[in-house]
Design a protein around this ligand. Sequence first.
Ligand code: 5AD
Ligand code: SF4
Length: 462
Amino acid sequence: MGLKKLFINTIGCQMNVYDSGQIQSRLAPLGYEPTDNLAIADVIILNTCAIRAKAEQKAFSFLGRLLPLKETKPELIIAMGGCVAQQEGQKVLSRMPHVDLVFGTHAIRRLPQLIQRIAATRCRIVDIEMAATISADDFTPSHPGLSSDVSAFVTIMRGCDNYCTYCVVPYVRGREASRTPDEIVSEIEHLVDHGVREVTLLGQNVNSYGQKEGFCNFAQLLDRVNRIKDLVRIRFTTSHPKDLSEELMLAFNRLEKLCPHIHLPVQSGADAVLKRMNRRYNRQQYLDKIGLLRTIHPDIAITSDIIVGFPGETEEEFEDTMSLIDQVGFDGLFAFIYSDRPNAPAVRFENKIDEAIKKERLQKVLICQEAFTRKKNRALTGSIQEILVDGLSKHLNYISEDRPTHDGKDGMQWSGRTGTNKIVHFMQEAPADAWNQMLTGRTMEIMIEKAMSHSLWGRPLS
Ligand code: 5AD
Ligand code: SF4
């Protein structure tokens, strides 16, 4: 039996990226190897995101475009997984007659049997069963072929119990549940054995890791991960401000592998909006946590998420968000226009904000943040930063536009990240092949020479 080809399209967050890796690992034993050529695929899997309406539309339009392919190749198996699959279930099959399988966020471990059944009997299946706890075989070690990267994601928990009123996650990812510390540590050890040097621990709210199950807490888990030999860097996301403990803040000082960066979504700067969002902290409590973080670790980079145009958001409430952005001075910000989600309670809230006003508010946030991002980047010029090299620069065109001339010499452009998660590009005067093995995955000292709007430019010191 020859090898069969698997095409996966991933939309959405890092957790979906991790899940797509799990899908690939599950199907490899069946003889499926990845391809990025749709035309030769035997199985096409779309891993979907339901966080905003746009992501959901993107999923259906991708599936729609597969119809001609299916018509010429009826044995092709087309599957939709992830959050939209969980949310829509059976409806996907009625809407998309050429789709064979809809599998939810808890069904990945059953994927091999589902695919085999469809291949054998050409039936159509919906599997959106969810479980309240994680069972031992819900996760599988990542397929070694996948781990050639320097940096990898590791899901440490799934689901969410917070029920922010705008958010679909609790409905499509289920109840919060944590993986055991042993399982997490052994997965990371496996990744490190295959060349990974940096892991990002993933969960909707990592600060409540292990609480339900009575495992160790998140700070204690970080202690264990910090002891893994040959692992160089640890990152994590996402933290809910209400659960960010002082113990975790202190970990930034105690653990040498933990990168000095925290993503702490605030969503709004107005108390009344935070209340309507069910965030369970207020503006002052958020600012107090930022203050404490910076007292404990003055150089820590802080990034956040903002939603503009939440139902009922008045001009004053929006101004409170603007003033919070000003007051904190984030290193980076992801700003989103509020999007109505079926299931999420805010869909029924009154006083929806006009699209034009939402767009205007988004622009204001983006412009304000742009200045902070540039200022934070500029502050690093002249400093020496330790970076972990990812590999050759992927954005050569962008860089060549505003890159300073580098002594007139030529070489290859490389990129890496600082502990604070800023992208640094640099030149290395040697053929790519020879250096690839030597530089990728290494830490290097870089003298920062120029700050650009979204990255830094520097010169290697060694
Ligand atoms: N509309 C807009 N943005 C949303 N987010 C979550 N739900 C919605 C929604 N319905 C944003 C939040 C969250 C990020 C991952 O996506 O800011 O932190
Ligand atoms: Fe959604 Fe809130 Fe849970 Fe984050 S904490 S996943 S925003 S419900």
